[in-house]
Design a protein around this ligand. Structure first.
Ligand code: BDR
Ligand code: CA
Length: 324
């Protein structure tokens, strides 16, 4: 018998957030308790609308969705990524307006309340700037004791950044928030660009999704057009994309077991110089197979097998009903 895992996702939906949500919502062993959104790829409200639309595609109108912070801890707007994710955040694909609006409770309260109700069983997955999580830690300092595990998609360790030479978007958009989350003392896994850039969606992925013909698989295929345009232009030598948030989702729920994930001390650069927003992972033990040091605060995923995209497609194909 499979036990279902209670999970709250904090995201900035986002093409790859949308695919991660589909993956999780279609996984029978995942109990998706709530989704909160934050400014990142788009503003928090648009991200909440996108989330509701995506969840409705697979009939999941039961999941509360709450928009949260639109500004970083320092009070600035994040650098929206419409050039990556399209004007509406979901690849300019138009979906029907959601049947129900987001819940009226604030995202930070929803995180705390969901944790409280789950009595130690709730895990968090953050696929966006960490502002909501940082605010939740400020509002409820006992949150780390209430949470089972935290997985964060973000940062770059032995890999270049994607918004600056050193900073990745989710960490770099709100470094002060990331610093609070890294220092909170909870059981933490980080899924950086080192692995998400090496799990690649391709035109074959798109073809397989389209061929299935369900509402979810056709959406998943179409949403990749704009995303592939961006990657082809600036990031990859072929038409395709990285697989950031879905990979983090699969690691969070134990569907992907990393090949290499040492426990390291990880900090974040919060100064205003060129390294602002960079993850500072202590990888000095790399030639000694990363012996664990006393100050380690996170498990950092450095290698996966590169085969997750096949499983993502399979989940979306088999989870949703095929075209009639
Ligand atoms: C991360 O930034 C966002 O644009 C993506 O949705 C992902 O969470 C990758 O750097
Ligand atoms: Ca995201």
């Amino acid at each position: 018998m499979t036990t279902s895992q209670a999970l709250l996702v904090d995201c900035d939906t986002g093409v790859d957030d949308a695919l991660a949500l589909l993956y999780l919502a279609l996984s029978p062993d995942v109990d998706l308790r709530a989704v909160t959104t934050v400014g990142g790829n788009t503003d928090a409200r648009q991200a909440a609308v996108n989330t509701l639309q995506v969840l409705e595609l697979v009939g999941r109108t039961d999941i509360p969705v709450a928009p949260g912070a639109d500004r970083t801890l320092r009070g600035s707007l994040p650098h929206y990524a419409t050039h990556v994710h399209g004007d509406n955040g979901i690849g300019n694909v138009r979906l029907p307006s959601p049947a129900a609006p987001p819940v009226t409770v604030d995202a930070v309260d929803l995180i705390i309340e969901t944790a409280r109700q789950a009595e130690g069983e709730l895990s968090l997955l953050a696929t966006a700037p960490l502002t909501n999580l940082a605010l939740a830690l400020r509002r409820e300092p006992r949150l780390p004791e209430m949470i089972r595990h935290v997985t964060v998609m973000g940062g770059a360790v032995h890999h270049p950044g994607n918004i600056t030479p050193l900073a990745e978007a989710n960490i770099g958009n709100d470094p002060e928030a990331a610093a609070l989350v890294l220092e909170a003392g909870w059981d933490l896994t980080i899924v950086p660009l080192d692995v998400t850039m090496r799990e690649n969606l391709t035109t074959a992925t798109q073809r397989d999704l389209l061929a299935h013909g369900s509402a979810a698989s056709v959406f998943a295929a179409r949403v990749l057009d704009v995303y592939f345009d961006f990657h082809e232009e600036v990031a990859l030598p072929y038409r395709g994309s990285a697989c950031h948030d879905p990979l983090a989702a699969a690691i969070a729920v134990g569907h992907v077991t990393p090949l290499l994930a040492p426990r390291l001390h990880v900090g974040v650069e919060t100064g205003d110089g060129p390294a602002r927003g960079a993850l500072v992972a202590d990888t000095r033990g790399m030639y000694l197979s990363y012996p664990e040091r006393a100050d380690a605060n996170a498990r950092v995923v450095l290698e996966t097998d590169g085969r997750f995209p096949e499983r993502l497609v399979e989940r979306i194909r088999t989870g949703g009903s095929a075209a009639a």
